[in-house]
Write a protein that binds this ligand. Sequence first.
Ligand code: CA
Length: 253
Amino acid sequence: MNPLMALIRWFCLLPLCFSVISQLVSSQHSDQSTMFALQKELSVLGWDVKNPDYCAWIGIRCNSNGSVERLELPRRELKENLVKNSGFEEGPHVFHNSSNGVLLPPRGEDLTSPLLGWLIESLKAIKYIDSRHYNVPFGKAAIELVAGRESAIAQVLRTVANATYNLSFVIGDAKNGCHGSMLVEAFAADKTVKVPYSSTGKGGYKAASLVFKAATARTRITFFSSFYHTKVDDLGTLCGPVLDQVRVYPVTK
Ligand SMILES: [Ca+2]
């Protein structure tokens, strides 16, 4: 069986299958549209949809006709991610002419979060940035933690008590003149990790992860920036590390 069809067949064991299939039905049935539809649901690290040459994506091998010949994916990539809106792709409308991103207010000022699935648990706003004006690690949007420890974002996940999970995420910079030694702190159940990132303002990113054991049927994951940063050419403007691609998968033994 074609390796791509084998993956889709396996993938259809997951509830996310239907949206992929619906996209396939409306597509030209080419490997490119299939790969893009799969990436939209799976958000595999190293599958960069900004690069239309899917044959160059990590773990993909194509034949001379550009058809996918081989797929190598870590097992965890094919489990359902517990994090809602894990890539921050569903957020407030970003005005086309605005290059400043959108400041999302802390909880309390607004009854419903403007960012699907996420709680803004902070005294100050976080910033929603889009790929037209900023460097975003994956997809079309991400968030920038612009107010140090006063700018936290969290989500409560449905977990199984005593089960072990892996939390992974990427941090980077928005290519917006925000230089310096950054540090993002992530929390899940009773575990925490501090991830350093050295920003040269060029729009890079790195991946990090944390293994934790759920204590109850609900587990909170939280992120904030340890430090305050300002733009090199505008010391009055706060900036900070970018967070994207937050995923939680059960760890199978
Ligand atoms: Ca994203």
